[in-house]
Design a protein around this ligand. Structure first.
Ligand code: CIR
Length: 260
């Protein structure tokens, strides 16, 4: 049994660098605008802070264009933190940049040593288990190494499916509360959430699936009004944050923080 999974007292973020223009992306959707990204990032941080949580804001990393997407560097759990081993070679060095902050916050910090790879975007911690989707960034060896640590910490890890062409497992889903998942239809169709309550994003609003529940709020990317309305009707307090610039780099709400 994992802990509440959406109640957090701290978060770690990293300010975007002007090097974001060189960030990884599957498709060219235009050059991200740093000023716009900084404004949206500030709104994101302010929303986390409004819940009473402490936000540790790390400085930009010019040498790592994707460094703003801190979620991929680690997994944070009540028992400790696990430093990941990104499947994207250009992102490997981000882990060492994150390590000192996690070592200061946790007594127990483990590290995925390889040769496998795993990124935080492929891991969803629910109220009862740790779900991991294999992807182009996360392979069987990476999952096996994490699984051994999870067993030691008393968690159940279950490997699930990531739809083809989707960057990370969590590109298509989020936790809304210990028992409720927000998912795209295509991911839910795999059966990976059987036994959970599942809310589907509205058709055509698949990008809204990468939201985060952080204490009383669900932070959702702006521009997906039918999904926001569905969530509000289901009783969630939704805060919409502009994601236009991060979306150009395949990033969303979850990628921008580590939460613990
Ligand atoms: C990448 O391709 O690695 C970045 N441009 C986007 C990472 C998004 N992270 C996430 O979904 N957890």
């Amino acid at each position: 049994m994992t802990n509440p999974s959406f109640e957090f007292s701290r978060a770690i973020t990293r300010r975007p660098s002007s090097s974001i223009v060189d960030g990884l992306r599957a498709k060219d959707l235009g050059t991200p605008d740093l000023d716009k990204m900084l404004t949206a990032h500030a709104a994101y941080v302010a929303t986390l802070q409004k819940t009473g949580a402490e936000v540790i804001e790390l400085p930009p990393l010019d040498g790592y264009p994707d460094g703003v997407f801190v979620e991929d560097t680690a997994l944070c759990l009540p028992q400790g933190a696990v430093l990941m081993r990104p499947g994207a070679p250009s992102r490997m060095g981000e882990v060492a940049e994150m390590a000192p902050t996690l070592r200061a916050a946790y007594d127990d910090v483990r590290q995925i040593k390889g040769p496998g790879h795993i990124e935080g975007g492929d891991i969803l911690v629910t109220g009862r288990e740790v779900l991991v989707g294999r992807s182009d960034r996360t392979d069987a060896e990476g999952v096996a190494e994490l699984s051994a640590i999870m067993t030691e910490w008393g968690h159940t890890l279950r490997e699930v499916f990531t739809p083809p062409g989707v960057l990370h497992f969590k590109t298509d889903c989020s936790l809304l509360d210990a028992e409720t998942i927000l998912s795209t239809q295509r991911l839910d169709a795999s059966g990976c959430f059987d036994g959970y309550r599942v809310i589907h994003v509205a058709e055509g609003e698949e990008a809204a699936a990468n939201s985060i529940r952080f204490n009383q709020y669900v932070l959702s990317p702006a521009g997906f009004p039918r999904t926001a309305e569905k969530l509000r009707k289901a009783g969630y307090e939704v805060v919409e944050i502009s994601n236009t610039e991060c979306a150009k780099l395949d990033g969303g709400m979850s990628c921008l923080s580590l939460r613990f």
